[in-house]
Design a protein around this ligand. Structure first.
Ligand SMILES: [Zn+2]
Ligand SMILES: [Zn+2]
Length: 364
């Protein structure tokens, strides 16, 4: 066991506490990564507010990048010194989902409370989302990490771990967009902007962003939206039809957690269109729709976790897109903060104006 600093949640809706915690060395198949950057995602905030329940105390944080500083046995060639991104996708590699090419819905349970973290007193501490990356170091499965170029800035790279793969993957993998199709993206936040980029990369004809403010719609246009519709309008789907030349969309990507967005999503669809649920509403929230319309118009309603990505395939592809200037990452960062400032960074993210706030570690 070694002692590291982490931001610990002791009670839901209370500030995180920066304190010493214990981290076990990597077991077989695991690596230790010393972090340079971890971004704050709305999922971290939902967990910290108790929206999805879970064990306490816990360490959240799951969009990270750093350097491998120790390896267990059988880590598939990863070695000390490798620059990597760390994701929450702890896939076993051999269950029916993993074998079928869907590691994001791996069926092998992993007990996050019995993971590598303990409090300074040796008591249980949850490694939330199999990451626990609001900390100086993490110990994770080698299947959760992907090598990145050594010279790629880690704050930028950390975004690939969740928001970027979720948004781009939803457009390309889950919606299966083809060139020339029309898309509506509900929400122009961290994931929404990436769904917009994904639709652009997939060759979408028209991309309609739907959000609450003109400011966010104008940011959406910088990321590739061709039209913007205010969600506050009386019937925003009608505005979207107008933007799409009088027809519904081939795909609607719902990137927010608010239930009205789910209730309305199918209204944006054209014949044969698909609504892809990407955002993460609170547990127990329900949405409603008219099944007969979906049946009559041949429409689909599907869920997508983490953009249905295979990180070993998709993250190197996205790094190439970034290096070719076809995927915006630098522009997604709205602020950089220290671990000591994490509660301020979370508060700033909660205002909804932020794209991504990133915690940057000082590795003196
Ligand atoms: Zn996330
Ligand atoms: Zn599996």
């Amino acid at each position: 066991m070694q002692t590291i600093k982490a931001a610990v949640c002791h009670a839901f809706n209370e500030p995180l506490v920066i304190e010493d915690v214990q981290l076990a060395p990597p077991a077989a198949g695991e690596v230790e990564v010393t972090l340079d950057a971890v971004a704050i995602c709305h999922s971290d905030i939902s967990y910290a507010s108790g929206a999805w329940g879970g064990f306490l105390p816990a360490v959240y944080g799951h969009e990270a990048a750093g350097i491998v500083t120790a390896v267990g046995s059988s880590t598939d060639g990863f070695k000390v010194g490798d620059a990597v991104v760390v994701t929450l996708i702890r896939a076993c590699g051999s269950c029916p989902s993993c074998s079928g090419g869907q590691p994001t819905i791996c069926e092998t349970p992993y007990d996050t409370v019995k993971g590598p973290l303990k409090t300074s007193k040796g008591e249980p501490l949850e490694q939330a989302m199999a990451c626990g990356a609001f900390a100086e170091k993490v110990v994770v499965s080698h299947r959760q990490i992907v090598k990145i170029p050594e010279n790629m800035p880690k704050d930028v790279a950390s975004l690939l771990s969740c928001g970027v793969i979720t948004g781009v993957g939803a457009a390309v993998n889950a919606a299966g967009l083809r060139a020339g199709q029309d898309v509506v993206v509900i929400g122009a936040g961290g994931v929404g902007l990436n769904a917009i980029q994904g639709a652009r990369i997939a060759g979408a004809r028209r991309i309609v962003a739907v959000d609450m403010t003109e400011e966010k719609l104008s940011i959406a246009k910088e990321f590739g939206a061709t039209h913007g519709v205010l969600a506050t309008s009386k019937a925003p789907w009608k505005d979207a039809y107008n933007a799409l030349g009088g027809r519904g969309a081939d795909a609607v990507l719902i990137t927010v957690g608010a239930i009205p967005a789910y209730d309305q999503a199918v209204r944006y669809l054209g014949r044969g269109g698909k609504a892809v649920m990407i955002g993460m509403p609170h547990s127990g929230d329900t949405a409603s729709y008219e099944p007969v319309i979906l049946a009559a118009l041949g429409q689909g309603l599907i869920g997508s976790k983490m953009g249905d990505v295979v990180i070993q395939r998709d993250i190197p592809w996205m790094i190439d897109l970034y290096e070719q200037g076809r995927l915006k990452l630098d522009e997604l960062i709205s602020g950089r903060w220290s671990l000591a400032q994490i509660n301020e960074a979370i508060a700033d993210t909660k205002t909804g104006s932020a794209k991504r706030n990133v915690i940057v570690f000082d590795r003196a």
